[in-house]
Structures are given as C-alpha cells and as structure tokens.
Design a protein around this ligand. Structure first.
Ligand code: PMP
Length: 414
C-alpha cells in the first residue's frame, strides 16, 4: 500500500485561489479532472521528464503539459535560443521580425500540406481561423467536426454564454465512421464549407483511436465529393506523430491543417498551414491579427525545437519508447485479468476501464489513478498521456512496474 502524498501547500494555495480566480485554476487543470485530494494542484518546477510540486513531491510526468513538452522541461538549447533573442534583439514590436519567414520556410519544408502558413498563438486560434478561411474560400457555411478543437464559440462543448446560432452550423460526427459523416454531408450537400477532424481520434475519457485502414482516405474523398475543404486538426498529432504531422505518417494530405502544442516545446505558438489558394483569402478577404501573434520569443523556440527534432531524430526515438511502453503495459494488463484497456500507443498512451452498468469502472479508475499518483507517476484519469524524449528507459520501466502494482491494488474491488 503506497502512502497518500503530502499536499498541504497545494491545498492551502488552492483555498486562497478560490477567492482570487473563479474556479481557482483554469479549466482542465482543476482538481476534478484528476482524483480530488490525491493529486497536487500546483507545480513548482520541471526538468526533463520530471516535475516537482510545491510540496516537494517529484513525479515522472506523462501528461507533458497536455502535449507541448515534446523534448523535455527546461530544454536548455531552446531556452538559450529564446534568451538570446530577448537579450540581443527583443521580441515584441509594432512590425514583424525576419524569423517569421524563416519559420514558415521550415514549415513548408516539413509539412506536406504547407504551401503557406499563418502564425498564431493557440490551438483555438488556429482551428477558428481555419474554419473562417474555409467559409470565406468556399462561400459556404456548414462545418462537420470531429474532436476537441478548442474553447471558441463554434466548437466548445460547454455551451454556457454562447447563443445557439453561433454553433448551429457546426455538425458533429464520430471518428472512424465514414457513413455517419456522409449522412451529414448529404443532408447539407450545397452548404458544406469544411470537414475538420483530428487525424488520430482522442475523445475525452475514452480510448484513443487510430484511423481504421482507409478512414482518412475516405474522409479526403468525401470532402472532395461534397466540395468541402478538408482540415486536419493536428494540434496534438503535429510534431509528435511525425515531423510533418499525422498527415505525413498516414499519407493523406488535407487542404488546411492546424499545428500547436509540441511545435515549440512549451512556448505559445500555433499555426494554420495549407494550400496556397484557400490560404490566400487571408491576404484580403479574411481578417487575422492579434497583438502577440508576431512575437519572436516563441517563433525562435519553434525554430530551435524543430531543428532539434530533425537533428536528433527525436520523434523516431519517442516512437520506439512509446512502442515499448505499449507492449510492456499491455502485458501487465493481460496478466491482471482486470477490465482495463490500453490505447494510444506509441504517442498518446491511455489506460481506461471498460464501461459496465454497475459503474464499477468509475471506482476502478479512481482507485487506479490514486495508486499511480501515490507512486509518483503523473497521468490524467480522463485524458491520454504523452511520451517525451527525456523520459528515460528507467522512467518507463519504473512506470510499468507502478502500473502493475496499482492494478494489483484493484483486485480487492472486483
Ligand atoms: N485542437 C486539439 C486537437 C486540441 O487538443 C486542443 C487543445 N487541447 C485544441 C485544438 C485547442 O488548443 P488550445 O488549448 O491551445 O487553444
């Protein structure tokens, strides 16, 4: 039996924050997304593949800041490049610095669908401008969507504060279901501006899904058939599944795609990339501008991150680590005989519990993630994890063993 963590400082800071910030901390970082009372709420620092909370507990981190950490925390080469830009040039101006062109040339070089790019700050910026471009280019209105695309009005799941008319033209379909998608397209055949889909399926609190053979090709063909643009939301898969994104790995090229998260190892930057013709609506018809979009701190970080990913073949190494982790975890799960599912290997590992009518899976999930965090492995019960380059073989072996021990603790519940 592993002991409960000491979290006094986290809890005290959380109590104070309740009076300062509505909900104390933002959205997905709130305690109910973990196991309340068992997980820390505030981190102090991180290095490599590890993080330390404000009570001094150190964890192997498999959430990787929800995706941006692709190499590791406090990656010195990247931080130094940013510091040099800050010290020698500055990074926030009324006009654009030359690094914009350099980064877009790099994106052109590595991403199959990238003939042109627009740099923004967040994934939500990128997906929102993607659908605006698609609507302006096609002159049509409706969007078929599949996956989480951010917090903006057209796509956010929690609808508080959003008039219905803002999202009534957004139609949801299920991943890996071509028939369901075609039903939507048929019913709206003259008005489909775009299909936006994450190339890897990652619904909340459910197993990660890889595309079935022919699925992404099928979505591509349906987009063409119904005159809609195909947008890949590569915010999670970009700079992780391969340097050119999942579109490169699976060999299906969208018209537009969005990148963010891992692009700069934690610095705030995202991009809409795509074919020249639709992208050119941004030159005159479609407005895109924001105070911080051109800032070069994160552009320099992206350039350095991509350089390191290419130079050190980081994504091949992450894939190897993730494949091995997948094999080892699956073995442990098979041995346990428990109703557990492992998905998302090699890039987005996720341990979920098979749903049952009695709701036992919820108890198992809570107990499992409690046992795991007590063993200082940081994973989220409702969201898949990520592998980063700085996870060592020892970290992975330790984690596999922690998963074995945690599953063993569940046997008393079934
Ligand atoms: N698309 C996908 C697939 C995402 O996972 C996310 C963020 N989790 C977004 C878009 C939105 O990105 P951001 O949180 O940077 O706005």
């Amino acid at each position: 039996m592993a002991d409960k963590l000491k979290l006094e400082k986290s809890m005290a800071m959380y109590e104070e924050a309740q009076k300062l910030v509505p909900g104390a901390v933002a959205g997905i970082r709130r305690p109910y997304n973990f196991v309340q009372g068992e997980y820390p709420i505030y981190f102090d620092h991180g290095k490599g593949g590890r993080i330390t909370d404000i009570d001094g507990n150190e964890y192997i981190d498999f959430l990787c800041a929800y995706g941006p950490i692709i190499i590791g925390y406090r990656e010195e080469e990247i931080d130094h490049a940013v510091q040099e830009q800050i010290n020698n040039k500055g990074f926030c101006f009324s006009l654009t610095q030359p690094q914009q062109n350099e980064l877009v040339r790099k994106l052109q070089e590595v991403i199959p669908s990238c003939e042109m790019a627009a740099l923004v700050k967040t994934g939500s910026d990128a997906t929102t401008i993607a659908i605006r471009v698609a609507r302006a280019y096609t002159g049509k209105t409706k969007i078929a969507r599949c996956g989480y695309h951010g917090w903006h009005d057209w796509c956010v799941e929690v609808k508080g504060g959003i008039p219905e008319k803002f999202y009534e033209d957004t139609l949801e379909f299920h991943y890996n279901d071509l028939d369901g998608l075609e039903t939507i397209l048929k019913a709206n055949r003259d008005d489909m501006a775009a299909i936006i889909v994450t190339p890897v399926g990652h619904p909340l609190a459910a197993p990660v899904q890889m595309p079935k053979p022919g699925y992404l090709e099928g979505v591509r063909a349906l987009a063409d058939k119904y005159g809609a643009l195909l947008i890949f939301d590569e915010i999670r898969s970009g700079f992780r599944v391969s340097l050119g994104g999942a579109q490169q790995y699976f060999g299906v090229t969208p018209d537009l795609s969005t990148f963010g998260k891992a692009m700069a190892n934690g610095y705030a930057i995202a991009a809409l990339v795509g074919k020249r013709e639709p992208m050119m609506v941004l030159a005159d018809k479609v407005f895109l501008s924001s105070t911080f979009f051109p800032n070069t701190d994160s552009i320099v970080a992206a350039l350095k991150t991509i350089e390191i990913l290419q130079r050190d073949k980081i994504l091949d190494i992450i894939k190897e680590k993730g494949d091995q982790f997948g094999i080892d975890v699956q073995k442990v799960i098979d041995e346990s005989g428990l109703p557990v599912e492992f998905s998302g290997a090699p890039w987005m590992p996720f341990i979920t519990f098979s749903k049952d009518e009695t709701g036992l899976y919820k108890k198992l999930r809570t107990e499992f993630y409690t046992q795991l965090i007590r063993r200082r492995v940081f994973l989220q019960p409702y969201h898949h994890g990520y592998i980063c380059y700085r996870h060592t073989d020892e970290d992975i072996a330790y984690t596999v063993n922690a998963i074995r021990e945690s599953l063993n603790e569940l046997k008393k519940l079934v």
